[in-house]
Design a protein around this ligand. Structure first.
Ligand code: HEC
Ligand code: HEC
Length: 272
């Protein structure tokens, strides 16, 4: 290499190194780096609590049981779930995924007004709603162990994290209201969804949940409302490539899935 080029390169490297050092030492973040080992309140993102941090006492056992019911509902709440769908199949990431209707923070929000019920309902009544609709099942004993376990799990997920930013992402994303095209939805389904949820919509349980047919959510479920299903799908599916569908794709898919057969909601549970 020619010596003038080597000299020029060394000068460049020295200049870069010097400026990094200068900005670094005089910049605000490096100056406070040594003096503030813990982050100031509200600066770090909310993070999911580690399951190892569940206490080992009786309350901890209740939390663990709630988590088991939440992630494998047909197995651990078999008497109350007729579908083969777990809470965490819709409330993804074990109930913490933003915009997949997460559970984080709900104990501070409930009791709250519920449009479907037309009155103020408690968190346990909201859980019953999902049992009789999304799980196509029957309500839990409101004072029973399973309900207490689910509430304990949701409380534990919602433990305040004073040094961190507040959790965001309640509910589902807001999509524009579009006119769906179910024929296009059917084509998209075959290419983008059938690999995991099956051409018959029955899924491959327990890994891939059903979307229609006898083992799916019933026709009274929130997921069976086209706008809600579209919002869920647009932000969260396909599970291996979320964010790749646009709003029109999601409306078309939701309309197609909605048009397939679902178990009938039992009107005896209309008050939920
Ligand atoms: C088939 C999908 C599905 C399943 C399974 C399901 N849910 Fe839901 N759940 C929903 C939808 C959709 C909503 C409404 C989200 C919205 O409108 O923001 C919801 C709402 C909720 C809410 C209120 C959330 C809020 O922000 O107010 C709670 C609590 C809840 N579900 C608990 C459960 C529990 C516990 C289970 C398991 C026993 C369960 N759900 C199973 C789809 C489901
Ligand atoms: C790579 C596999 C995969 C693909 C592809 C996929 N999903 Fe899913 N889907 C899942 C899994 C797994 C869940 C459960 C949530 C979780 O564990 O992440 C799920 C959950 C769902 C749910 C809520 C649960 C239920 O049973 O009602 C809906 C609705 C859904 N998917 C729709 C779709 C649609 C529409 C497509 C195509 C655009 C799609 N999925 C593509 C794997 C997949």
């Amino acid at each position: 290499m020619n010596s003038r080029l080597i000299l020029a390169l060394s000068l460049l490297i020295a200049a870069l190194y010097g400026s990094v050092l200068w900005f670094g030492l005089s910049g605000p973040h490096l100056a406070t780096w040594w003096t503030q080992p813990t982050a100031p309140a509200g600066t770090m993102p909310w993070h999911a609590p580690a399951t190892e941090s569940i206490p080992t006492d009786a309350q901890g056992e209740l939390i663990r049981e709630g988590r088991r019911i939440f992630i494998a509902t047909p197995q651990f709440a078999a008497d109350h779930a007729r579908s083969l769908v777990s809470c965490s199949d819709c409330h993804m990431g074990e109930g913490i995924r933003p915009y997949a209707a997460p559970m984080v923070g709900l104990p501070a929000i409930f009791p709250t007004y519920n449009k479907r019920a037309g009155r103020v309902i408690s968190l346990s009544e909201r859980i019953q709603e999902c049992f009789v609709r999304s799980e196509n099942g029957t309500p839990l004993d409101p004072q029973g162990r399973e309900m207490h376990a689910l509430l304990a799990y949701i409380d534990w997920l919602s433990t305040p994290q004073p040094t961190r930013r507040k959790f965001i992402g309640r509910g589902l994303v807001n999509l524009p209201v579009l006119t769906p095209n179910p024929a296009r939805g059917q084509r998209l389904y075959a290419f983008q969804c059938a690999g995991c949820h099956g051409t018959t919509g029955a899924g491959y349980t327990p890994q891939f949940p059903p979307l229609w047919g006898p083992d799916a959510f019933n026709d009274g479920a929130g997921m069976n409302q086209i706008p809600k299903m579209a919002a869920f799908i647009q932000h969260n599916m396909p599970q291996n490539r979320p964010g790749t569908l646009n709003a029109q794709d999601a409306w078309d898919l939701a309309d197609y899935i909605h048009s397939q057969p679902h178990p009938a909601f039992n009107p005896a549970y209309q008050h939920y």
